[in-house]
Write a protein that binds this ligand. Sequence first.
Ligand code: PBE
Length: 303
Amino acid sequence: MSRKTIKLITGSIAMFLLTLTLSACGSKPAQYDSKSDLGSQVNYTITGIDAGAGIMASTQKALKEYPNLANNNWQLQTSSSAAMTSTLDKAIKYKQPIVVTGWQPHWMFKKFPIKFLKDPKNAYGKSEELDTIARKGLNKDNPGAYKLLKNFKWNASMMSDVMLAVNNGEKPEKAAKDFIKKNPDQTKKWLDGVPNGNGKAIKLTYVAWDSEIASTNVVSELLKMKGYKPTIQALEMQPMWASIATGAADASTAAWLPTTAGLYYKQYKDKVEIVQTSLKGARTGLAVPKYMKNINSIEDLKK
Ligand code: PBE
């Protein structure tokens, strides 16, 4: 091979690599620019989660109720919690603009520098609570397990402990066990007055959101400690509510109320019992990275 040919080949390889790099950069959306309109920077798109989630219904409501969203044809993209948080992760890495459906308690607020947007029209309700629901008659058929469900209350920081452990790769069951071991005083309160189950079965259903994976596994481990035989089953939100309403399952810690699961509660309220509020001060809404400094309210989502 002549020198000239080699030069030519190396030259074309270099050109090729350059084009490749340039096109890769080109496909990466630009960093957030506070001086230009946000809508076109994010394609007028809110990154959502699974279609059945209550936060998706609230967001559809927001898309209609806020003229700035409705008039500019903002849209909600369906995905999953996992896909949403990974898209958010990437956007933050490159300081890109993004608007997501966000909620608390959730590790996303610990892991990412994000903020809720103000919701002056209350599309997401004021404050949510996490309720434990049971089928009618559970208190009579299984008063011991019912008592434990009645005792089960905790707070966002406790729940986050379990959620973060799971997010770091721990098996939910193990994360729940570890949490119980680390919190003997709390555990004593949870088990207070709960009689031995002597192998009595109890069926818990939940939706596989991080928060409910945490609460369901903690309750299940507590029940086991008292000699009950809990089974846990993950379902979509509609079948989860239906399972309790029809008595196919006994209880669930996955009811976000009054707004998030409001439609299901309305549909089933004569057939389910709210046993206890396990956590107060939960919240759902739209969230953006903190570097989007000029975006602080849903009303700031304009063109
Ligand atoms: N979430 C988490 C659920 C409830 C728990 C906010 C994603 C929802 O939107 O229905």
